[in-house]
Design a protein around this ligand. Structure first.
Ligand SMILES: Cc1ncc(COP(=O)(O)O)c(C=O)c1O
Length: 386
């Protein structure tokens, strides 16, 4: 959460006092946000959900990915990316990241097998994946691309908005995200048939409210409908997001510029001008140097957040893919030929990079002297550890 204030309070108060908190047949704040976010992203369809995880699952189901399919996910992401694959009934295959901290296109290509149907590039920490290479591989191997843009609201890649480049994209608006309603999410695509299935996955009862003829899709799913309260907040947050991202980008670019002569190695940027700018990251020569540098600067280590590395995905590594054996994709007959051999060192290269990479968070409300002090700390720490 970066900025939230009186405008959000007023918008929520208006919904509460109206008593109209259900999205259908009411004030239309979810629908308004969907229209506006579609324009912001330059996509045809946006549908709000209750979370990023539900949005990812809806995107996969929307694209008809399910039992019998493998989906490549990166070694560095929140577990929800791989969880969504299992929630759709498919099997996640884990690929390395590279020195950009995002999916390594070479390892993606190496990991493609006869059952691979899709790839989920994750724009971690607002850092765009190498979408040109990934889309090229996807075209050559006939893969579907679902962008996990949960951590990258407002970011772009070479002029296009993240989430709008693949066959579908998913966003989270939980408390920690660039734009937030406390919880929430959205699935986006240009394909009408995909959004129809995704809608059904999010709210299979919606035809009661919207008319039976509107949807050709019919199947049962669990509910993940968004509320008008989220719609109210997100319409205000959408007014703020450009200012937030511009401030983050400016701050990051200043820090990079003014530390360029320190000998520190910034992570490789796939699209520096367009990324969110929410973190400045340096990869140090050794784990010991990274730890010393992080301690001196007051920063974190990418591999040690406690929740963004495949080694921390306990239920997946244990193959507990569902609440009962019959609902566990790892035990489904259709998935018998899918690869699901996981081990703690299966992406050792990713662990090495992540454990040597220091993350320094930026903030849109940080004042110039605070950034100057941060730059001084980085320069001093670099002199000590390099
Ligand atoms: C990369 C990534 N994917 C998916 C999610 C899931 O989003 P949510 O928590 O809204 O379900 C998150 C949330 O932190 C995330 O960081």
């Amino acid at each position: 959460m970066y900025r939230i204030g009186q405008k959000e309070v007023d918008a929520v108060a208006k919904v509460l006092l109206s008593g109209k908190m259900f999205r259908y047949g009411q004030m239309g704040l979810c629908a308004r946000f969907e229209r506006r976010y579609a324009r912001f992203l330059d996509v045809r369809h946006v549908y709000m959900t209750a979370s990023g995880t539900q949005s990812l699952t809806a995107a996969l189901v929307g694209l008809r990915i399910g039992p019998g399919d493998e989906v490549v996910v990166p070694a560095c992401t929140y577990m929800a990316t791989a969880v969504a694959v299992l929630a759709a009934g498919a099997i996640p295959v884990v690929a390395d990241i590279d020195d950009s901290i995002t999916l390594d296109p070479n390892d993606l290509e190496a990991k493609i097998g006869p059952r691979t149907r899709a790839v989920m590039p994750v724009h971690m920490w607002g850092l765009p994946c190498n979408m040109e290479a990934i889309m090229d591989i996807a075209r050559r191997h006939d893969l579907l691309v679902i962008e996990d843009a949960c951590q990258a609201v407002g970011g772009g890649y070479e002029g296009r908005m993240l989430g709008s480049i693949g066959h579908a994209g998913a966003f989270s608006f939980n408390y920690y995200k660039n734009m937030t309603a406390g919880e929430g999410g959205a699935v986006v695509t240009n394909d009408e048939r995909v959004i129809e299935r995704a809608r059904c996955m999010v709210d299979c009862c919606s035809f009661y409210w919207n008319g039976r003829d509107e949807y050709t899709e019919h199947f049962v799913s669990s509910g993940a409908r968004a509320t008008e309260i989220a719609g109210a907040i997100l319409n205000v947050q959408l007014d703020r997001i450009r200012g937030i991202i511009n401030a983050l980008r400016r701050q990051k670019q200043r820090i990079l510029r003014e530390t360029a002569d320190t000998g520190l190695t910034p992570i490789r940027a796939n699209s520096l001008e367009w990324e969110c700018g929410s973190h400045v990251m340096f990869t140090l020569p050794s784990v010991a140097q990274a730890e010393a540098f992080a301690a001196l600067v007051g920063a974190g280590i990418a591999g040690k957040t406690g929740r963004h590395v495949y080694t921390e995905w306990a239920p997946i590594l244990d193959k507990k893919g569902g609440p009962s054996p019959a609902l566990n994709p790892f035990q489904m007959e259709e998935n018998r030929d899918c690869r699901s051999e996981y081990s703690p060192d299966m992406c050792a290269r990713s662990l090495d990079i992540l454990n040597r990479t220091v993350m320094i968070g930026t903030h849109p409300d940080r004042k110039r002297p605070q950034v100057t002090a941060m730059i001084r700390r980085i320069r001093r720490a670099a002199r000590e550890v390099l």
